[in-house]
Design a protein around this ligand. Sequence first.
Ligand code: AMP
Length: 429
Amino acid sequence: MEFSQLNLIPGILDAVKDAGYKEPSPIQEKAIPAVLSGKDLLGCAQTGSGKTAAFSLPALDIIARKKAEDNETKIRALILSPTRELALQIEECVKMYSKYLPLRCGVLLGGVSQKPQEKMLREGVDLLIATPGRLWDLYKQRLLRLDAVEIFVLDEADRMLDMGFIHDVRRIAGEMKQNKQTLLFSATMPDEVIKLIDDLLHDYEKVMVDPVSSTVDTIDQRVYFVDTVNKHKLLLNILHDEAVYCALVFTRTKHGADVLTRRLSKAGIKCRAIHGDKSQNSRQEALRSFKSGKIQVLVATEIAARGIDIDGLPYVFNYNMPEEAEMYVHRIGRTGRAGASGSAISFCNFEEQPILYDIEKLIGHKIPVIAGHGFPMSDFTVKQQSGGRGASVKTTEPITSGSFAPPTTSKFPKSMSRPRRPRSFKTMR
Ligand code: AMP
């Protein structure tokens, strides 16, 4: 299918062409006609599927047509994002897609001064992207109106829930008119999201792509069994290999991210941390440095990295295993985008082994183990349920569920591609 078959106005088609998109992605192919027909939409999709264009292209189309009728500037489309980074990313995309349209787009984020946002609202906005907390704050201060919203997009609803924004989201939705069009996107469908869908969506079309349990074929996944105390040494070892010129490293906690960043910096690795305690400016600066190749490593917590889109990212490390199996799929989805190859390397200590098994169950296959590395796990203690808590037996092997790939002694096994630096490591906007 071609974009020109989607019935979008010429200004949008030209912008999409400028963006270099040759054909709509599967979610765009299904979602765009549904939204243009006026239906609500439930999109089960994750970052990397092209979902931003799937909701913003038809939203822009609809509001541009409406504005042509009355020539008024008012908030006709609202896009809610759980994180500031994702909101900024959506804003960049929307600005790119709307560059030939007489529309004003703006973003409201927490963590930065309110003044410029007030000015922007006074001057008028047609499409607003916002994080729920700041939007609700400004709404309560009567600095914006929501009664003209025709299209309401809720992006990453599951993450809204995780981050405790669901009440703000419900309150915000309650301030908009009943007959608006609602587009809700979520990578996973926990009960609370299903409840939200029941409450917010009417006569909706469901579009499912890339279910969360499918990890992209192009991602080479490996796991190292390693004790916590040795994780940073193992990481340094791998990072010093020139092939790993660019890596996103996930830690479990903000403190863990800071500690690791200090250790890596001390060892001469150019790196920055990005997490919720960093100011918005610092987070954006770190992201810019990473995207432009100024730093080799970005150490991030799950939430801070959520939705971040980094073209051509070759390596993702799970320095700490994620707390939930589904998070693993989100995390490693940062690499191997758009058919490019990528590697996802996980460091698993003794306590983290149960989550590894959950992950393997979710993705439906074993993750090959890299054995024979310099920092083998020493604690192969099996804590047995019988005999009381804490009773233990020693084994000589890492505990695996039986069919892991045979160990290999090289630091990078042959099958693990050493991605060469792409000719143009596309610095992301
Ligand atoms: P998203 O899932 O919205 O974060 O998009 C992931 C990446 O795919 C972004 O870098 C988009 O610019 C890009 N993208 C979205 N739609 C298309 C398309 N139809 N063709 C090529 N790239 C696309």
